[in-house]
Design a protein around this ligand. Structure first.
Ligand code: ACO
Length: 317
């Protein structure tokens, strides 16, 4: 259930571009208050969320994020060897949503979806670095989700926590050491009953139980990644965790011994966007000047499966 050691990292890769795709409709806590038995006070206190974007399809949002990421990297679609789309809300059962995105963007390389729920971006990042280790040169990696499409929006428990959105990065092979210092991926399928969605059904979550386990899971996974390379939590410049609940982020940050200003929190503006939440927070950090070349960044996610994963980066190599 745990990752092997990271001693055999091959050719390196660095992030050279980034972008986001958000549906234009913003739903505030006041909007939800008006139609559900809930309150801004409850949502803010229990989750940290103030608003979320809702709408679009997983492909539409991924296309927006992908276009912006390619532009920011100064690349053409045909420069991309592989499009990797992390999603737990594909638009169709078959084919993968990556097929629609590949075609719309004009990418000529391979394309596939990866579903590891809210850990999907971290899993995909590790896979992308692996692909570069065996010869891929440029990968477009996007997390895109429309959780509103599998959520009963008339039921307050989940309707207040979820959001839709996408964000992506371009990873390019580099001469020197890449930015991935270490990684940790894990899963425990005996816990799948805590968070699931059957075909055609709505998302179910045992929120209390997921909450109870989430902090321990993130902390263990983060410590595994840190221990592999002997980096201490005090050396981390930025902690970018999955944004499921501000209280989970806060508890994990505290247990890891990371100071408050080093934790990136975007749940207030986006809600829980599953595999998009880490890249959305990462791109926000870059755009807000909170992340610069050479910084040590810890990404940690957890979610349905249950799955979890951490990636420790020296950003930009
Ligand atoms: N508005 C107002 N009151 C509410 C709401 C709401 N939206 N939802 C629940 N309540 C009430 C409940 O009825 C309950 O009332 P009672 O005490 O009178 O019985 C009270 O608030 C507490 O309810 P809980 O369900 O215990 O609320 P909790 O504090 O656990 O918060 C939440 C719920 C936010 C979902 C939390 O459990 C959580 O964040 N869990 C983890 C989520 C997570 O990490 N998910 C992982 C990935 S998500 C994904 O994959 C999509």
């Amino acid at each position: 259930m745990t990752s092997s050691d990271n001693k055999h990292l091959g050719a390196g890769a660095v992030t050279t571009g980034w972008g986001v795709g958000l549906p234009p409709t913003i739903v505030t806590n006041a909007d939800l208050e008006a139609r559900l038995d809930t309150s801004d006070e409850w949502i803010t206190e229990r989750t940290g969320i103030k608003q979320r974007h809702i709408g679009g399809t997983t492909a539409e949002l991924a296309i927006m994020a992908g276009k912006e990421a390619l532009e920011s990297a100064g690349l053409l679609p045909e420069d991309i060897d592989i499009l990797l789309l992390a999603t737990t809300t594909p638009d169709e059962r078959v084919p993968g949503t990556s097929a629609t995105v590949q075609n719309a963007l004009g990418i000529t390389g391979g394309a596939f979806d990866l579903n590891a729920a809210c850990s999907g971006f971290v899993y995909s990042l590790v896979v992308a670095h692996g692909l570069i280790g065996i010869g891929a040169k440029r990968i477009l990696l996007i997390g895109s989700e429309t959780l509103s499409s599998i959520t009963n929006m008339d039921e307050r428990t989940l309707a207040v926590v979820i959001g839709d959105g996408a964000a992506g990065i371009v990873l390019e092979a580099t001469e020197g050491p890449g930015e991935l210092l270490s990684w940790d991926l894990g899963a425990d399928g005996s816990l799948k009953h805590l968070l699931y969605c059957d075909h055609g059904g709505y998302l179910f979550m045992d929120g209390k139980e997921v909450f109870r386990r989430a902090v321990r899971i993130i902390v263990n996974s983060a410590q595994n990644a840190l221990n592999k390379v002997g980096i201490r939590s005090e050396d981390i410049d930025l902690f970018v965790p999955h944004q499921a609940n501000a209280r989970i982020v806060e508890a994990a940050r505290e247990r890891l011994g990371i100071s408050p200003e080093k934790a990136m929190v975007t749940i207030d503006r986006y809600g829980n966007t599953s595999s998009s939440s880490i890249p959305l927070a990462l791109v926000a950090a870059i755009q807000e000047g909170k992340l610069k070349k050479g910084d040590i960044v810890l990404l940690s996610g957890f979610g349905a499966g249950m799955t979890w994963g951490s990636a420790l980066l020296r950003f930009g190599g």
